[in-house]
Write a protein that binds this ligand. Structure first.
Ligand SMILES: [Zn+2]
Length: 128
Protein backbone atom coordinates (compact mmCIF):
# COMPACT_ATOMS: atom_id res chain seq x y z
CA UNK A 1 0.00 0.00 0.00
CA UNK A 2 1.49 3.34 -0.99
CA UNK A 3 1.64 5.91 1.71
CA UNK A 4 -0.59 8.92 1.15
CA UNK A 5 1.31 11.99 0.11
CA UNK A 6 0.58 15.50 1.13
CA UNK A 7 -1.25 16.44 -1.97
CA UNK A 8 -2.86 13.09 -2.22
CA UNK A 9 -6.54 13.49 -3.06
CA UNK A 10 -7.35 10.42 -1.01
CA UNK A 11 -7.95 12.49 2.09
CA UNK A 12 -10.51 14.45 0.15
CA UNK A 13 -12.10 11.54 -1.59
CA UNK A 14 -12.21 9.14 1.28
CA UNK A 15 -14.92 10.93 3.27
CA UNK A 16 -17.01 11.15 0.15
CA UNK A 17 -16.55 7.49 -0.57
CA UNK A 18 -17.28 6.60 3.00
CA UNK A 19 -20.39 8.69 2.97
CA UNK A 20 -21.46 7.13 -0.28
CA UNK A 21 -20.76 3.66 1.05
CA UNK A 22 -22.79 4.32 4.15
CA UNK A 23 -25.68 5.60 2.18
CA UNK A 24 -25.47 2.73 -0.23
CA UNK A 25 -25.37 0.27 2.64
CA UNK A 26 -28.41 1.89 4.18
CA UNK A 27 -30.32 1.73 0.92
CA UNK A 28 -29.33 -1.86 0.28
CA UNK A 29 -30.26 -2.79 3.79
CA UNK A 30 -33.64 -1.20 3.51
CA UNK A 31 -34.18 -2.89 0.18
CA UNK A 32 -33.11 -6.27 1.50
CA UNK A 33 -35.27 -5.98 4.58
CA UNK A 34 -38.19 -5.05 2.42
CA UNK A 35 -37.65 -8.04 0.23
CA UNK A 36 -37.32 -10.40 3.15
CA UNK A 37 -40.44 -8.98 4.64
CA UNK A 38 -42.30 -9.51 1.41
CA UNK A 39 -41.02 -13.07 1.15
CA UNK A 40 -41.96 -13.84 4.73
CA UNK A 41 -45.37 -12.39 4.25
CA UNK A 42 -45.86 -14.38 1.06
CA UNK A 43 -44.87 -17.63 2.69
CA UNK A 44 -47.04 -16.80 5.68
CA UNK A 45 -49.96 -16.35 3.37
CA UNK A 46 -49.16 -19.61 1.69
CA UNK A 47 -49.16 -21.33 5.05
CA UNK A 48 -52.42 -19.77 6.06
CA UNK A 49 -54.12 -21.07 2.99
CA UNK A 50 -55.85 -18.98 0.41
CA UNK A 51 -56.33 -15.73 2.19
CA UNK A 52 -54.02 -13.24 0.55
CA UNK A 53 -52.92 -14.49 -2.79
CA UNK A 54 -52.47 -11.03 -4.24
CA UNK A 55 -48.83 -11.61 -4.99
CA UNK A 56 -49.70 -13.62 -8.03
CA UNK A 57 -47.98 -16.76 -6.93
CA UNK A 58 -50.21 -18.61 -9.36
CA UNK A 59 -49.79 -21.99 -7.82
CA UNK A 60 -53.37 -22.81 -7.15
CA UNK A 61 -53.11 -26.52 -7.02
CA UNK A 62 -56.43 -28.21 -7.20
CA UNK A 63 -56.65 -31.23 -5.01
CA UNK A 64 -57.31 -34.42 -6.82
CA UNK A 65 -59.42 -36.86 -4.93
CA UNK A 66 -58.74 -40.52 -4.60
CA UNK A 67 -59.77 -42.47 -7.66
CA UNK A 68 -61.64 -44.95 -5.56
CA UNK A 69 -65.36 -44.39 -6.14
CA UNK A 70 -66.88 -42.35 -3.37
CA UNK A 71 -63.63 -41.79 -1.54
CA UNK A 72 -63.11 -38.19 -0.50
CA UNK A 73 -59.49 -38.46 0.49
CA UNK A 74 -56.76 -36.64 -1.34
CA UNK A 75 -55.10 -38.71 -4.00
CA UNK A 76 -51.42 -39.47 -3.74
CA UNK A 77 -49.64 -39.63 -7.08
CA UNK A 78 -47.12 -41.93 -5.51
CA UNK A 79 -49.81 -44.54 -5.05
CA UNK A 80 -51.26 -44.17 -8.51
CA UNK A 81 -53.67 -41.41 -7.50
CA UNK A 82 -55.20 -43.36 -4.67
CA UNK A 83 -55.31 -42.01 -1.17
CA UNK A 84 -52.53 -42.94 1.18
CA UNK A 85 -54.98 -43.48 4.00
CA UNK A 86 -57.22 -46.21 2.68
CA UNK A 87 -56.70 -47.30 -0.87
CA UNK A 88 -53.00 -47.33 -1.56
CA UNK A 89 -52.87 -51.04 -0.87
CA UNK A 90 -55.68 -52.23 -3.06
CA UNK A 91 -54.67 -54.70 -5.76
CA UNK A 92 -53.08 -53.42 -8.90
CA UNK A 93 -55.86 -54.72 -11.08
CA UNK A 94 -58.42 -52.82 -9.06
CA UNK A 95 -56.39 -49.67 -9.29
CA UNK A 96 -56.26 -50.14 -13.02
CA UNK A 97 -59.98 -50.60 -13.11
CA UNK A 98 -60.78 -47.52 -11.07
CA UNK A 99 -58.26 -45.48 -12.98
CA UNK A 100 -59.85 -46.26 -16.31
CA UNK A 101 -63.23 -45.60 -14.74
CA UNK A 102 -61.98 -42.27 -13.49
CA UNK A 103 -60.48 -41.36 -16.82
CA UNK A 104 -63.71 -42.21 -18.55
CA UNK A 105 -65.66 -40.03 -16.14
CA UNK A 106 -63.27 -37.14 -16.44
CA UNK A 107 -62.91 -37.40 -20.19
CA UNK A 108 -65.43 -34.67 -20.89
CA UNK A 109 -63.69 -32.22 -18.64
CA UNK A 110 -61.72 -29.65 -20.61
CA UNK A 111 -58.88 -29.62 -18.12
CA UNK A 112 -56.32 -31.87 -19.67
CA UNK A 113 -52.69 -32.08 -18.75
CA UNK A 114 -51.29 -28.80 -17.70
CA UNK A 115 -47.71 -29.87 -17.34
CA UNK A 116 -47.84 -30.18 -13.63
CA UNK A 117 -46.76 -33.76 -13.55
CA UNK A 118 -43.31 -34.46 -12.19
CA UNK A 119 -42.67 -31.46 -10.03
CA UNK A 120 -42.61 -32.85 -6.53
CA UNK A 121 -38.95 -32.22 -5.85
CA UNK A 122 -38.44 -28.64 -6.91
CA UNK A 123 -39.51 -26.91 -3.77
CA UNK A 124 -37.85 -23.54 -3.82
CA UNK A 125 -38.03 -22.22 -0.31
CA UNK A 126 -37.07 -18.60 -0.10
CA UNK A 127 -35.83 -18.44 3.43
CA UNK A 128 -33.23 -15.83 4.00
ZN1 LIG B 1 -59.34 -43.61 -1.19
Amino acid sequence: MPRPRKNDPTSLINPIILDFAHRLAAVVERFTVGRIEAAVRASGNALQGRRGRAGGAGRARGKTLCYYPGCKNVAAPRFGMFCAALHKDIPKTEKEKYRTLHNKNGANKPAGKRGRKRRAQGRAQATA
